[in-house]
Design a protein around this ligand. Structure first.
Ligand SMILES: C[S@@+](CC[C@H](N)C(=O)[O-])C[C@H]1O[C@@H](n2cnc3c(N)ncnc32)[C@H](O)[C@@H]1O
Length: 327
């Protein structure tokens, strides 16, 4: 058995037979298999956030080796037949936030597709978007049961996460449930603000800059205070909060250097100056990047990338963006 203890007192490790030891990471997954990755059969693997070429070599290998590939299922699909899935589907349908214009599509599975091999099993698990544990916990338990069964039978499992799994990871609670029973290890991925900054060709931070990552779901006064005290920022989870965030940026005089990026590094990527974006709800996979004030574009528009073109947005493109939010 191996175990490690970090400075916060968290214990992690695994028995040689792959069964877990008890322990907690302060507010995260138990049983992070530090130091013995060869014993791990449950991997949480960052992919994307869009372009499959941004998947790491390690992630690609683990995806190919897995017996079961798991990924979050978009809400509102009804193509599953197992009892567990039926339960999670029903629970998600009860989520009051489901069904808005920000419904995610099947991204992680698409991104991982080039690295799969024939004959792999796959499992699309529901992600309850509700914070209400009466809704969320049964859904996680149902998803964990399917993955548990695979691990108990000796299978290797990868759970795909978009971008970086430990950066606003949607499957955190599921991994926590599984991590209480199995050693688990993580493969980092490229987080969406980093991918967006690369596409924009703007530095996120330099020298002693304070760069903040904020959620558009924050109350307006908090968002405003945080942005006022930052040199640069990325605002995630824009969705139906776009108008509110835009108003905050306007008030703080940030709109002129802010950019809106949807589906970064995907074929349907859109990059627009914030000032050119029409009001209204935006796609789930969108963010606002506010680069440091002195930052000019670093990118030559060599590979057809958006850096130069995006900043010269036409009214037609802005209109297309507004239409795209209806997805
Ligand atoms: C639950 S968080 C997941 C973040 C993800 N783990 C990462 O590393 O970027 C979801 C939010 O990330 C942002 N996001 C993820 N992928 C994106 C993409 N390809 N383009 C733009 N924003 C993206 C959006 O703001 C979205 O609402």
């Amino acid at each position: 058995m191996t175990r490690t203890r970090d400075e916060g007192g968290a214990i992690s490790g695994a028995h040689n037979d792959g069964r877990s030891i008890t322990g907690t990471l302060t507010d995260q997954t138990a049983n992070v298999a530090v130091g013995r990755p060869e014993a791990v059969r449950l991997w949480v693997v960052g992919v994307g956030p869009g372009d499959p070429e941004l998947v790491t070599v390690k992630a690609a290998r683990l995806i190919g080796e897995a017996d079961l590939v798991c990924y979050p299922r978009p809400r509102r699909t009804t193509d599953e037949s197992s009892t567990a899935d039926a339960v999670t589907q029903r629970l998600c349908a009860a989520d009051s936030s489901a069904g808005d214009a920000a419904t995610p599509r099947l991204h992680a599975r698409d991104i991982a597709a080039p690295f799969r091999r024939e004959g792999q099993r796959e499992f699309a698990f529901a992600l309850p978007m509700s914070a209400d544990p009466r809704i969320a916990e049964p859904a996680y338990a149902a998803a964990a049961a399917r993955i548990d069964a695979e691990l108990a039978a000796g299978g290797r499992v990868v759970v795909l996460a978009e971008g970086d799994p430990l950066f606003f990871g949607s499957a955190g609670r599921l991994i926590e449930v599984l991590g209480a029973r199995w050693p688990v290890a993580f493969v980092p991925g490229i987080a969406s603000p980093n991918a967006a900054a690369a596409r924009l060709g703007r530095a996120l931070a330099q020298r002693d800059d304070v760069y903040k990552v904020l959620s558009a779901t924050l109350p307006e006064d908090r968002l405003s205070a945080e942005l006022a005290a930052a040199d640069a920022a990325a605002i995630l989870k824009i969705g139906r909060h776009f108008d509110r965030v835009r108003a905050v940026c306007d008030r703080l005089g940030l709109t002129g250097r802010a950019h809106f990026i949807a589906n970064a590094t995907r074929a349907d990527e859109m990059i627009l100056p914030l000032a050119a974006v029409a009001a209204g709800a935006k796609p789930y996979f969108s963010l606002i990047l506010i680069p440091r004030a002195a930052s000019g574009s670093l990118a030559a528009d060599a590979d057809g990338g958006p850096a130069a073109a995006a900043v010269e947005t036409s009214t037609a493109t802005a209109t297309a963006m507004a239409m795209a939010t209806a997805e």
